[in-house]
Design a binder for this molecule. Structure first.
Ligand SMILES: N[C@@H](CCC[C@H](N)C(=O)O)C(=O)O
Length: 286
């Protein structure tokens, strides 16, 4: 089995090319690949398959050739992955199956992805949904604080905290408590404003834990911050710094959100059967 390792601002993935949809990607196999000590180690898996060859992708096949089958490290499915889709695009270009512009199908719909001359990849993430309720988030030592619920289409709750030191002090090894919790969970972003249209962010991802970056979360953070200050859809560029790097975001006048950032392919690996068996056993017993 041949796989690749890649990352976008430190949000890392195992890419599994399976263009004809022959592989059975079980939750156990996802956990085995993502295991940090016994597997390759990643926040998630990106299975690369022709849309027509996947049951979830087939409905998009007329408009998008490839389907990004994204799985969180715990084996769960998610609608979209903003960093992952840039890495997915980097893979498609490396495999010479697309040029610099592609439509990619995801469980959350089709997204348009473009690579600039500088190698920066921009994704049209579509229209965010800002929900009216204000769930209360608790993560030590932060007191219970109301956050903004934003869907892109993944579920996010964005909480503003005071200073960079408050952000650094947050204990995120366990999932933050969100009340009321959304069935199925949510991603939680903690942000500090460091200047006009500049945010510093940490994130706890549903199905993963704290990660170095989350692309849909970065967009959700900008949408929440712009909404709070009344500068929605003003076409300006926001910069969001995360532990793994930085991305820029534009909430356009037509309501769609653009996410731009890097994507890196780190390695291409052949997994041998004995490793796969051992990794599966380790993931099963973890
Ligand atoms: N890291 C991703 C989001 C991955 C899915 C997320 N954990 C979820 O379950 O919604 C990104 O870059 O957007």
């Amino acid at each position: 089995m041949r796989v690749l390792k890649g990352h976008g601002t430190g949000n890392d993935f195992v890419l599994v090319p399976d263009l004809d949809g022959a592989l059975e990607l079980t939750p156990e196999l996802v956990r085995a690949l993502c295991a940090r000590h016994t597997g390759i180690g990643a926040d998630g898996v990106l299975r690369v398959v022709r849309a027509a060859k996947d049951p979830d992708g087939a409905r998009y096949a007329a408009d998008a050739e490839f389907f990004m089958d994204y799985r969180n490290a715990d084996g769960s499915l998610a609608e979209m992955c903003g960093n992952g889709v840039r890495v997915f695009m980097a893979y498609l270009q490396r495999a010479c199956v697309v040029d610099h512009d592609a439509a990619v199908a995801t469980r959350g719909g089709i997204v348009r992805v473009q690579t600039g001359a500088d190698g920066v990849i921009t994704v049209d993430m579509g229209q965010p949904r800002v929900l009216a309720d204000r769930p209360v988030v608790t993560a030590a030592p932060l007191p219970p604080t109301p956050g903004a619920r934003v869907e892109l289409p993944n579920p996010h709750v964005v909480v503003e905290v005071g200073e960079p030191a408050d952000l650094a002090a947050l204990e995120l090894s366990d999932p933050p408590l969100v009340e009321p919790a959304r069935p199925g969970g949510q991603n939680v972003e903690f942000v500090v404003r460091t200047g006009p249209r500049q945010l510093l962010m940490r994130v706890h991802e549903r199905g993963v834990g704290e990660t170095q970056s989350c692309g849909t979360g970065i967009c959700a953070a900008v949408v929440a911050a712009a909404t709070a200050e009344g500068s929605e859809r003003d076409d300006t560029v926001w910069q969001v710094q995360v532990p793994g790097g930085s991305c820029s975001v534009t909430w356009r006048a037509d309501g769609t959100v653009l996410l731009s950032g890097p994507a890196v392919i780190v390695a291409e690996l052949d997994l041998d059967d004995s490793w796969l068996e051992a990794a599966l056993a380790a993931a099963g017993s973890a």
